[in-house]
Design a protein around this ligand. Sequence first.
Ligand SMILES: NC(=O)c1ccc[n+]([C@@H]2O[C@H](COP(=O)([O-])OP(=O)(O)OC[C@H]3O[C@@H](n4cnc5c(N)ncnc54)[C@H](OP(=O)(O)O)[C@@H]3O)[C@@H](O)[C@H]2O)c1
Length: 325
Amino acid sequence: MHAIAIVNAGPDYRLELTEVEVPRPGAGQVLIKVAAAGLNRADLLQARGKYPPPAGASPILGMEVAGVVEAAGVDCTAFSVGDAVCALMSGGGYAEYALAEERCTLPIPAGATPVQAASLPEAYFTVWTNLFDTARLQQGETVLIHGGTSGIGTAAIQLCAAIGCTVLATASGPEKVARCRTLGAAHAIDYATEDFVEAVSRVTGGHGADVILDMVGADYISRNLEAAAIKGRIVNIAFQKGAVAQVNFTPMIQKRLTLAATTLRGRSIAEKGLIRDAVLEQVWPHIAAGRIKPVVDATFALAEAGTAHARMQEGGHIGKIVLTV
Ligand SMILES: NC(=O)c1ccc[n+]([C@@H]2O[C@H](COP(=O)([O-])OP(=O)(O)OC[C@H]3O[C@@H](n4cnc5c(N)ncnc54)[C@H](OP(=O)(O)O)[C@@H]3O)[C@@H](O)[C@H]2O)c1
């Protein structure tokens, strides 16, 4: 089968089409004939040699796909050959066929195309587990989403709005800020021209954000503590601006805050399976009803994976970039 290989892993990596063996499903795994594969920021880091796949994962890039079940291993009970599915994987998605754990596989939501379905697993598993499991976000609370037009951000804004939270979001530039509002943010803050701490205080009447989802880090770590409400919960899913910071922790003790950070990829299949069940129950109905719309920025053919990476690296995208196979 065709798959994408990383050539010269490092800052000057290239992505090239290559020929590899079709993988065979083990117990509890399904083999998916891939129609579309979602891109993630982590793929760019992995190609640069900065984010090795977890032990046992495919060395091929790609953490989410949509397609049709081609074969099912022993012990598979939920899906059969021919089912239209999407899945979260630890790797292997940039290929014509990919293996997924059945516990991390979902039916394609009603009304979604394979391209749209491939854009969903990584974003909604991440958003669900961080905002609802870790940060215990409740209906009616105020949530601040940094990186509002990222793949993660566009998912988070829509899901939080759909469950009845007041959503605040940050993004850079008027176009991205406007898009955050269209997606359901009550207030969108242009972080390039406005201090988000002051803006959050102003638009919440001094209350602050009950929950903050951050992927920026560095100075945002201190500023999030300032922007949080009493008993606020802050979750970091990345430190794009830096993981080292000088932090004034005084607001933590004064406001009884919780600061957490998590990653999804290295978790056990059992843990990801529980997140999958919650996503199927809590998110998929919103997609089927049209309250949440997958946000696909652009599609590229599998052989154009390098161009797709360049688009994400350049940072002009809004939502998800998807490879078609
Ligand atoms: N922990 C986990 O389990 C997990 C899972 C999935 C993703 N992630 C992480 O979540 C992040 C988003 O992933 P993605 O695939 O959705 O990426 P993406 O679409 O490329 O989005 C990156 C976002 O980060 C924002 N950003 C970057 N540098 C910034 C800065 N200095 N200040 C403010 N905003 C900044 C960008 O905002 P502007 O364009 O407005 O500048 C953009 O919205 C990535 O860092 C990814 O590694 C973590």
